[in-house]
Design a protein. Structure first.
Length: 309
């Protein structure tokens, strides 16, 4: 099965009330772990790369590794640009064969966000590629995204309806309380499901995306810290809240931090327990397996996308 867009995935998710995991990729082991889990669970999956990941892995390497994954499985896989910062980056990814791109104009005022998003939509749609946009600002730090808590703001449902109508974007990332990185909450984790409900009421046919939605799995944080890391007070979005989001109209849930923690935890464990090891295969193999387990858990127990391929 060739790479697909997210169009049919999202139509099915909205109809059957489940979410599709969008997992950030940076190297071969991460891609393999994600796709192995999705194949086992017979789930559609979105492999997404930030501009930072593209710079790190290099565009051709990243695309070829994803193509290799596609050749080994029959599940629907979309290749998505995460947080495209400008038109040029989105255009380059469309031209490189990505099937979905995100233009993140949330740092601009409403009118500039509309203008930039519409520019990307016009180009992408002419090439058969779908577009995700963002309205509202999420706090936190992740790759090229850095927004302070004081600058974060929730999505306005009325603006969301106007934004989608004027831009023609295919899906919309909204801000309802999640944040980027490993330190999402200082107190009790809480999302504004009332805002989500109002957004869905205003734009019922537009797939909704949740960014900054890693659980920051406590066991993985504990394992990292046990073997020498310094990640105190890390706290994410609990599984039960993400599951509620998947049942409440969210079609795409982004996961990056949990994959970083999974890989780092196992690599640190091998280095600590087997200090004589210097063969990368010895520590990247358990890291890949931890990613597989993490993604399988998300698909099966949190997002509800098992057997939805």
């Amino acid at each position: 099965m060739p790479l697909v867009t997210t169009k049919e995935m999202f139509e099915k998710s909205m109809k059957e009330h489940f979410a599709i995991g969008a997992f950030n990729v940076n190297n071969m082991e991460i891609i393999q772990g994600i796709v192995d889990a999705a194949s086992e669970e017979n789930s559609p999956v979105i492999l997404q790369a930030s501009s930072g990941a593209i710079k790190y892995a290099r565009p051709n390497y990243l695309k070829k590794m994803v193509e290799a994954a596609v050749e080994e499985t029959n599940i629907p896989i979309a290749l998505h640009l995460d947080h495209g910062p400008d038109f040029e980056t989105c255009k380059a990814c469309v031209d490189a064969g990505f099937t979905s791109v995100m233009i993140d104009g949330s740092k601009y005022d409403f009118e500039e966000n509309v203008r930039l998003t519409k520019q990307v939509v016009d180009y992408a749609h002419a090439h058969g590629v779908v577009v995700e946009a963002e309205l509202g600002k999420l706090a936190g730090i992740e790759d090229d995204v850095n927004v302070s808590e004081s600058d974060a703001k929730y999505t306005d449902p009325d603006q969301a309806a106007e934004f989608v109508a004027r831009t023609g974007c295919d899906s919309l990332a909204i801000a309802i309380g999640t944040s980027h990185g490993a330190y999402k909450f200082k107190g009790e984790a809480k999302l504004r499901f009332d805002i989500l409900a109002k957004v869905k009421e205003k734009i019922p046919n537009t797939p909704i995306v949740l960014h900054g939605a890693s659980t920051v799995i406590p066991e993985l944080v504990e394992m990292c810290n046990k073997y020498g890391a310094d990640i105190p007070g890390a706290k994410g979005v609990p599984d039960e809240i993400l599951h509620e989001a998947s049942l409440s109209g969210v079609s795409k849930i982004n996961v990056d931090t949990d994959l970083r923690l999974a890989m780092t935890a196992q690599i640190r464990k091998v280095f600590a327990e087997e200090p004589s090891t210097f063969d990368p295969r010895k520590y990247l193999t358990p890291a890949r397996e931890e990613i597989r387990k993490t993604v399988a858990h998300k698909i099966k127990d949190v997002f509800g996308s098992s057997n939805k391929a």
